[in-house]
Design a protein around this ligand. Structure first.
Ligand code: MF3
Ligand code: CO
Ligand code: CO
Length: 264
């Protein structure tokens, strides 16, 4: 269902988003060579609980964790693991959804582990810029296809990287995944018209190689996650945002300076 949020609901989602952003900010000091990906899960659980919130991914379709932690060629939905030790040069994506007082927010960030190669820096840079180019299209009267088109043109035509298609952004609130679907590819001027008060996520995943992905199962066969089909490195950034008359407003911002024009 597509719901239009009131000012009060947007405030509540922003409060949820502030907790989520706090997790990401905290992770900047935690993610370094030698930690296991489980340390990320542990920190997120603690931080979310200390702030009176709950992790919505836990229990979602049988998922057991607060975070998805996907490393290198893992594109999305990989599980945090005690035996996975992060190494210098890795890229790690941490995706989580937080619920505060019944209000959801969803944000993924990519982190460089120690010193990464110029290729990884470039991949991260392109993916983050793709997210913000998509956000810039999330204005009243634009269409869903304008968001996807901006991302696809930048990733594929300008940067010759793989723009993942199988996993997409989404409406959010009252649950984690609502209508509309928000693909990261598409045709400008096509699709649903965006309206004031709609809350959506935009969450491009970009591979250094092909856009195609394959699915894998966890060793206990209980959960499906995704890797790039050619083994190439992958990055992702995701924000939750609200469409307003004054433009798109990011509800999961970690950086008031960088995001100045996107704040409520
Ligand atoms: N946070 C993810 C998203 O961006 C959802 C992950 S699904 C889960 O939509 F089951 F792993 F939680
Ligand atoms: Co997410
Ligand atoms: Co999402």
């Amino acid at each position: 269902m597509i719901t239009i949020k009131s000012a009060r609901e947007i405030e509540k989602m922003a409060a949820s988003g502030a907790v989520l952003a706090g997790v990401h900010k905290g992770l900047r000091d935690i993610i370094k060579p030698g930690i296991s990906s489980w340390e990320i899960e542990r920190f997120a659980n603690r931080y979310i609980a200390e702030h009176g919130a709950t992790p919505s991914e836990k229990g979602f379709e049988g998922y057991k964790y607060a975070t998805c932690v996907s490393v290198n060629d893992e594109v999305a939905h990989a599980i945090p693991r005690k035996e996975l030790i992060l190494k210098n040069g890795d890229i790690v994506k941490v995706d989580m959804t937080v619920n505060l007082d019944g209000f959801e927010s969803d944000s993924c960030w990519s982190y460089a582990v120690g010193e990464v190669s110029d290729d990884v820096k470039h991949l991260m840079d392109v993916t983050k810029k793709a997210l913000y180019l998509g956000i810039d299209q999330a204005t009243v009267g634009n269409r869903i296809g304008d968001i996807g088109h901006a991302i696809q043109d930048f990733v594929e035509n300008k940067n010759h990287m793989g723009d993942v298609r199988e996993l997409i952004g989404h409406g959010i609130q009252p649950t984690m995944h609502e209508q509309p679907n928000v693909p990261h590819y598409g045709e400008a001027g096509h699709g649903l018209r965006l309206r004031e008060g709609m809350t959506i996520t935009i969450e491009p995943m970009v591979n250094l190689g092909t856009w195609e992905i394959s699915s894998k199962m966890t060793p206990d066969d209980s959960w499906e996650y995704y890797v790039s089909a050619d083994g190439s490195l992958s990055a992702q950034y995701e924000h939750t945002l609200v469409i307003t008359k004054d433009g798109p407003k990011i509800l999961t911002s970690q950086d008031p300076d960088f995001d100045a024009k996107y704040l409520l």
